[in-house]
Design a protein around this ligand. Structure first.
Ligand code: MG
Length: 385
């Protein structure tokens, strides 16, 4: 159980153009949701009474799409500088002006509740609060690539957001800020106006996404869970001269009968992936009554399941398929099946298993009435906080 925080408002600044990144990054996907959505959700869950998201004039539609389905936030338009954008956000806030306001960069998605707690608590005896990390690396001055000196790092900190202030304090501090100077952040503005800004512990996960490679680092910080799903399928033998199994066509004196290509291996595997996600079954996504799937290659079904997994920020870990039949002999085709599945699923070969067994002439597979397939899939999904 978390204790309720004092009432607070928040501004998320998302008006940047991402010049060092090569385009706005706040709308891009990180672990299955847009970058901006992570911190907006965290602030709403922490109880922000009023939350204003500041965006550039041409980005309203992107913001609406990125934050769709969430309630408790509003959009306002940014200005030509970050400081102007923050001031627009402050002006757009409703409610009491002695309330704490948290000002946060949308490019810092992994905002933990504990940081929100700390910056608000620090306002009890300060005019502002700044989450920051000590500098671990030693620092050097250089002229070009030639070292000219050392920089004492004992009193240096790496500033993060959200920074917290009383609404009236930050508004009056901005009013006093010289128009011809660029403000780095709000802590600088309040401190220059004579306010006391207290440092609280930041969070290394609260890194600012600045360069494209930062996404991989942030992804690694997102807690993940391992899940397993299983699938089963069977189809009846009928007249024909070839059969599709695990995405490979095999010459045979019969074929499997079905609405699609009747590839029971791919059907079982598709169900295993959907099962691991808790996302229904193949019949929900591709109803057998729908004529567009008549004779369809079952590759489509499998790829659809994998795309749904990717859309949730997940990935496959490994798959294991067992084909159950007396004939055809599967073993000569196993390697081709593994290679085809590895290609379809973008998995390394050692994460793809195809096995085969008979039922020693027992049951419907043993009597040659049909073929059955079982599959298991292991996936990784972002864990729900
Ligand atoms: Mg089937």
């Amino acid at each position: 159980m978390t204790t309720p925080l004092p009432r607070f408002a928040a501004i998320v600044v998302a008006a940047g153009s991402g010049s060092r990144f090569g385009g706005p990054k706040q709308w891009r996907d990180l672990g299955g949701k847009p970058v901006i959505r992570w911190s907006v959700e965290a602030l709403i869950e922490a109880g922000a009474e009023d939350l204003v998201v500041v965006v550039a004039g041409d980005a309203e539609a992107e913001a609406q799409a990125a934050l769709g389905g969430l309630s408790g936030w509003r959009l306002t338009l940014g200005g030509s500088t970050r400081a102007a954008s923050v001031q627009n956000g402050l002006a757009a806030l409703k409610g009491p002006t002695d309330r704490p306001v948290l000002i946060h960069d949308a490019a810092r998605p992994l905002l933990d509740r504990s940081v929100i707690d700390r910056v608000i608590a620090a306002l009890a005896d300060a005019d502002g609060a700044l989450p920051a990390l000590p500098v671990a690396d030693s620092l050097r001055r250089a002229d070009g690539d030639i070292v000219t000196g050392e920089v004492e790092r004992g009193d240096l900190w790496r500033a993060q957001t959200p920074q917290a202030f009383r609404h009236d304090k930050i508004t009056s501090a901005y009013a006093a800020w010289p128009a011809d100077e660029v403000a780095t952040d709000e802590a600088t503005v309040v401190q220059r106006a004579g306010g006391r800004v207290r440092i609280v512990s930041g969070d290394s996960r609260l890194m600012k996404l600045t360069y494209p490679e930062d996404f991989a680092m942030a992804e690694a910080y997102i807690p993940r869970q391992i899940r397993v799903g299983q699938g089963f399928d069977a189809h009846r033998w009928g007249p024909g001269n070839a059969v599709w199994l695990c995405g490979v066509e095999i010459s045979h004196d019969q074929t499997l009968i079905g609405h699609s290509d009747a590839d029971a291996g791919l059907h079982a595997l598709t169900d295993a992936i959907l099962g691991a996600m808790g996302d229904g079954d193949i019949g929900d996504h591709f109803p057998p009554t729908d004529p567009q799937w008549k004779g369809a290659s079952s590759d489509l079904f499998l790829i659809h399941a994998v795309e749904r997994l990717s859309a949730r920020g997940g990935r496959l870990v490994n798959v294991d398929v067992t084909l159950i039949c007396e004939r055809p002999k599967v073993k000569p085709h196993r390697q081709a099946m593994r290679e085809r599945l590895a290609e379809l699923l973008a998995l390394p070969l050692d994460a793809v298993s195809v096995k085969a067994t008979t039922t020693e002439a027992m049951g419907f597979t043993g009597r040659g009435e049909g073929l059955a397939a079982q599959a298991l899939a292991t996936i990784e999904l972002p864990a729900r906080s």
